[in-house]
Design a protein around this ligand. Structure first.
Ligand code: FES
Length: 94
């Protein structure tokens, strides 16, 4: 089983390396921001370095909570609890 460990906003997050869309190795995707919800014909880019884009079809996922960013989508990355103790990083696999 593969996972990606990401450092976002001062915290670590561990996500399984399987996209919920079609099982791509999602953790090999680009980390970037996204276009924020705005009025029609208005565009604003934000959330820099908080979004993971799947390398196969471009679905975007929030690296903090794993949610797919599309409206009304219930897709979500599967993740694991991460703890940092005494300078060591632990991923809870249960
Ligand atoms: S497999 Fe990830 S978006 Fe399709």
């Amino acid at each position: 089983m593969e996972m990606g460990i990401f450092y976002v906003g001062g915290s670590f997050y561990a996500w399984r390396n399987v996209c919920p869309h079609a099982a791509a190795p999602v953790c090999k995707g680009l980390i970037n921001g996204t276009t924020l919800p705005k009025d029609v014909y208005e565009y604003e880019f934000g959330r820099e370095n908080q979004i993971l884009r799947c390398p196969w079809h471009g679905w975007e996922f929030d690296l903090v909570n794993g949610h797919h960013l599309a409206p009304d989508s219930n897709a979500k990355l599967r993740g694991f609890e991460v703890k940092v103790e005494d300078g060591q990083l632990y991923v809870m696999m249960s």
